[in-house]
Design a protein around this ligand. Structure first.
Ligand code: ATP
Ligand code: MG
Length: 395
């Protein structure tokens, strides 16, 4: 067994010694069977949260109402979730209350897709009542049970299906696909935060072009924040992102470009991105706009935005304009490295120097003059030392 599972075996042993069952489940088992790297090992158990807390000395209640306890064990942390059935669903969302059960099979049955409903014992034996392995082999995304019912229980599963298309490049099983096409409107009942988490994963998947096209073809886009009028634009973005290694975050900018939004703020706010994320995306967008207007990366732009944001903006520019010969990242880094100053605070003169030289009191002229000096220094028109700058100003 591979390392992340191996490391967790003593934890499973402890739960079993206390008289309960415990298995590896969910995304980690799926990714292991696909030979993909595994991030978090999830554990399902017949023990109830309080029982888990009495077995382990260090635990954190991360989602105890859903049966999840975080166990800190030998330097790692593990989400340990009690077998549960989700009982009655309200309003097409996850139920507020869950029922803890002692049956693994029932727990697997409440999971979304067959590939996510496989359990593995600590000996590596698979428990796969819904034939998830066969679907993994055939690269098919299929709900556990009737897709209509499962999407009505929790409409987010439709978004999850498409993000798995993006991440895994699998196909949707026919009935699963039809049920999505029919039930997209149920997404309106889902909290934006949950949709955003899946959408971010979708934007970062290797098959995101196909996934974006599916959002349109299956009509889900109509029920996503701020995108309901943008079918063509989303398809355009899908074309742009084909074969690029753009960051997922930067695809928001392509959405802004194709939809002719001067201001991305309302869209990003509607999706509830954090202020930090919004600020970063806006800055890259500004860098892109400057690049587009000036047709090249000037020293001043590289100084203003820094090389990383310029590289991102350049990739966006090339994606949106079908340009293959982008300005190379090395070149932008080189130009940045050759700049005489990286920051305004490195200028050799200050406002006080200017006031002294000109025997004038403060005012807007200081800021203007400093900006003029900064430009000249960046462009190599004057050396960044006091005497040279004074001479240059006087000439
Ligand atoms: P990732 O690798 O992105 O974490 P994952 O499959 O592990 O993918 P999680 O959101 O971490 O996704 O969920 C863990 C498991 O919980 C899933 O594999 C699935 O079995 C189950 N699950 C998650 N969300 C739902 C849902 N909305 N409905 C039913 N089961 C779900
Ligand atoms: Mg997971």
């Amino acid at each position: 067994m591979i390392e992340p599972f191996q490391k967790a075996i003593p934890l499973l042993n402890r739960i079993e010694r206390a008289g309960f069952e415990a298995y590896f489940v969910g995304g980690s088992v799926r990714d292991y069977l696909l030979n993909k790297p595994i991030e978090d090992v999830d554990i399902a158990t017949s023990a109830e949260p309080e029982e888990i807390k009495s077995i382990f000395s260090k635990t954190v209640d991360v989602g105890i109402e859903h049966g999840t306890v975080l166990v800190l064990f030998e330097g790692e942390s593990y989400e340990v979730t009690t077998f549960r059935s989700e009982g009655k669903y309200e309003d097409f969302r996850r139920p507020k209350q869950v029922t803890f059960i002692r049956s693994l099979r029932e727990d697997l049955q409440r999971r979304d897709f067959t590939m996510n409903a496989i359990a593995m014992t600590k000996e590596g034996k698979l428990i796969d009542p819904f034939f998830g392995q066969a679907d993994l082999d055939h690269q098919i995304i299929r709900t556990v049970g009737n897709p209509e019912e499962r999407f009505r229980e929790d409409a987010l599963r439709m978004m999850r299906a498409i993000r798995f298309v993006s991440q895994l490049a699998f196909r949707l099983e026919k009935h699963t696909e039809r049920a999505i096409q029919k039930n997209g409107h149920l997404l309106e009942h889902i909290a934006v935060e949950r949709k955003l988490a899946e959408f971010k994963k979708l934007l970062n998947g290797k098959n995101r072009a196909e996934a974006l096209n599916l959002l349109v073809r299956l009509q889900l886009y109509r029920f996503l924040p701020g995108l309901n009028n943008f079918a063509q634009q989303i398809e355009q973005v899908a074309q742009y992102v084909n074969h690029t290694d753009l960051r997922g975050e930067d695809i928001w900018i392509l959405l802004g470009i194709t939809s002719k939004l001067d201001n991305l703020n309302p869209l990003l706010k509607e999706w509830k991105l954090s202020n930090k994320e919004i600020k970063m995306i806006r800055t890259v967008y500004e860098a892109y706009e400057e690049r587009r207007r000036r047709k090249e990366w000037t020293k001043e732009l590289i100084f203003r935005f820094g090389p990383e944001f310029c590289i991102r903006a350049e990739q966006i520019y090339c994606a949106a304009h079908g340009e293959k010969n982008s300005e190379s990242a090395e070149k932008l880094h080189q130009i940045y490295a050759s700049l005489p100053i990286k920051n305004r605070s490195e200028l050799a003169v200050t406002g006080n120097d200017l006031m002294g030289w000109h025997s004038r009191s403060g005012g807007p002229w200081i800021k203007e003059t400093l900006e003029k000096i900064e430009r000249a220094v960046i462009n190599g028109e004057v050396e960044n030392d006091k005497a040279s700058i004074k001479g240059w100003l006087d000439s």
